[in-house]
Design a protein around this ligand. Structure first.
Ligand SMILES: [Zn+2]
Length: 200
């Protein structure tokens, strides 16, 4: 039970609960269940991430929990939880009036344009996002990686006019509660970042 204290929770606006859990490898279903219990949901939708700009719209009727070749998830349906698995890359979470979304933002994914793709998708779908809130979750900082990914992400969000940006302020390399690819190598586990579109 003590393990359950080992996660961070943020609130964006008033509807979504956000956790990022560093206990146990979150690729494992039984470890994800701790977070599902906390969020009171029976599933967290995830992508099989490939550092792409591929974003999937989740409707909540899907049979599968993992979507192939997917690095971003968005849903317009309340009650749905979306996650990404990370170990130094940044999870970037969003809440708008009618949707929540989550992006896997590592160097390659950013270079492949996942952030631009996300805003392009919102524009194409004519989704209002002027008052969007965003959280940049734990990831590797510029002192411990060759490039400052967080600054790049922040710059792109500001360029899109996002004003409400929360920075978790956590570096996965420094904070040993989190798995870090750079600190622990390729056998490290994965942290989970998740956003729940609250039904209330
Ligand atoms: Zn650091």
């Amino acid at each position: 039970m003590a393990q359950r204290d080992n996660f961070l929770r943020f609130d964006l606006k008033n509807t979504s609960g956000i956790t990022l859990s560093p206990f146990g490898d979150m690729r494992r279903k039984e470890n994800r269940r701790y977070i599902q219990d906390i969020l009171n949901t029976d599933r967290i939708y995830l992508g099989r991430q490939i550092h792409s700009a591929n974003i999937r719209i989740v409707e909540g009727k899907e049979e599968e929990v993992f979507f192939d070749d997917t690095d971003g998830l968005i849903t317009f349906k309340r009650g749905i939880a979306l996650g990404v698995l990370v170990a130094d890359c940044f999870p970037v979470l969003f809440e708008g009036e009618d949707f929540v979304a989550i992006l896997h933002c590592g160097y390659k994914g950013i270079r492949n344009g996942i952030i631009e793709k996300f805003f392009k998708l919102l524009k194409e779908m004519k989704v209002e996002y002027k008052n969007i809130s965003s959280l940049i979750g734990p990831g590797i900082c510029g002192k411990h990686y060759w490039i400052d990914l967080k600054r790049i992400i922040l710059g792109k969000l500001e360029l899109e006019g996002v004003k409400n940006i929360i920075d978790s302020g956590v570096c996965t390399f420094e904070d040993k509660r989190f798995f870090s690819y750079r600190r622990e190598g390729e056998n490290t586990g994965r942290n989970l970042a998740v956003i729940l579109f609250d039904s209330s």
